[in-house]
Design a protein around this ligand. Structure first.
Ligand code: ADP
Ligand code: VHF
Length: 368
């Protein structure tokens, strides 16, 4: 934790809304204060906050969580206003700027939107802004719904290559069984995130407010581990929990990633993505890619094949046709053909806009 540079913090509905009684402004203010401390210590922080549906239900005077999707969506639309307002106020009081980002599963499954979401989040972090993310409940349907924000937290961790995912909930961590039902359950202090026995310990949601329970948190930890991130599950009511964690104190449950970051990312690229085209590069570019793992600039590209879009995976070949790398292209094939062999400073003049100076950024590239 002390070494973690980029931290994703997920807070659950029951915490945020004080068990459904309405946004807990004091809790939000406490977290904002702690996040200000983390930022001051040089860490990037992204917050994933649930609570829109619970807050919306309160504002609409509904005492029971509706089953109908459109009613849940309507409640979320109402409640998201309350959430945004609470975070905006809490961060502003500490001289910080917050940003609202609403995402769906489809956004991260689509390569182009994936890249856009990634670039936006990284830009916000660079600007010192704290992104506050929730699922875009208004537009999701059953099939594409994240279902729970624990999953969203893990996907965001993968997306921005977070070092640690902290899941704050209403229990002190993962217990050997649901402590609401088993008084003798014991807290798991540390485990391998991919330990298959964890799933059997984790039950469903404990209140009518939250949705995933521990089961989705354990799955989220496994997902986060795939890109090399560790997960902590801890109580959001524990005083100074974020600061103490960042200082290296053991609080709650630590679910550790076994993979190194790069290996996991390579595996992800290799396993999940289809090749949509390739580019051939000159000898200078091939050398820089091989020796330094550098980004690929359009100036080093001599040929573009295939019909790919921005965000598609393409191969990079040397002059002899040997594959050097694969990665996500920042430009469509037709655009790449126009900017190849040209310096990045010319991109805007040629295309009328400039996404990024690189054709493929090194972070989005797997070297073979
Ligand atoms: N093994 C377990 N250890 C701790 N909590 C568990 C376990 N199994 C199930 N739970 C339940 O999970 C709940 C937390 O999940 P949930 O209600 O979805 O919260 P959140 O809104 O924070 O996502 C706890 O209140 C607890 O009752
Ligand atoms: N987008 C929903 C998230 C629901 C959800 O996953 O809740 P939780 O299990 O408390 O994290 C909302 O804001 O109400």
């Amino acid at each position: 934790m002390q070494a973690a540079r980029r931290i994703i913090i997920k807070v659950g509905s029951s915490l945020v809304t004080n068990e459904g009684r309405g946004v807990d402004l004091e809790a939000v203010s406490r977290w904002a204060g702690q996040i200000a401390g983390l930022r001051a210590a040089g860490k990037d922080v992204i917050l994933v906050s649930s609570g829109a549906i619970a807050e919306g239900m309160r504002r609409l005077g509904w005492s029971q969580r509706p089953r109908e999707m459109h009613q849940l969506q309507a409640a979320a639309a109402v409640g998201q206003m309350g959430l945004a307002q609470a975070y905006e106020t809490a961060f502003r009081q500490r001289g910080m700027v917050a940003a609202q980002v609403l995402l769906t599963h489809a956004d991260l499954a689509d390569r182009q939107r994936y890249l856009n979401a990634r670039t936006t989040l990284l830009t916000l972090l660079e600007q010192g802004v704290v992104p506050v993310i929730n699922e875009n409940d208004t537009v999701v349907t059953d099939e594409i719904k994240f279902g729970d924000n624990d999953t969203l937290g893990a996907l965001v961790t993968n997306l921005v290559e977070g070092d640690v995912l902290i899941i704050l909930t209403d229990q002190s961590g993962l217990y050997s069984a649901d402590p609401r039902k088993h008084a003798d359950a014991t807290l798991i202090a540390q485990a391998d995130a991919e330990d298959a026995t964890l799933q059997a310990m984790a039950g469903g949601a404990g209140t009518g407010i939250g949705t995933g329970g521990m089961a989705t948190k354990v799955t989220a930890a496994r997902r986060a581990a795939r890109s090399g991130a560790h997960t902590v599950i801890a109580s959001g009511r524990e005083p100074d929990v974020l600061i103490r964690l960042a200082q290296g104190e053991i609080v709650g449950t630590q679910l550790l990633a076994g993979h190194a970051k790069l290996a996991a990312r390579k595996q992800w690229m290799a396993d999940h993505l289809q090749l949509r085209g390739w580019v051939r590069v000159d000898d200078g570019a091939a050398r820089r890619l091989r020796a330094q793992g550098a980004s690929l600039l359009p100036v080093g590209v001599v040929e573009v094949q295939g019909d790919f879009e921005r965000g598609d995976v393409i191969a990079v070949q040397d002059s002899g046709g040997a594959e050097i790398a694969r990665g996500l292209s920042n430009y469509a094939a037709s655009q790449a053909r126009r900017i190849m062999r040209r310096p990045s400073s010319d991109i805007e003049a040629i295309l009328g806009f400039s996404e990024e100076p690189e054709l493929i950024h090194r972070d989005n590239m797997v070297f073979l």
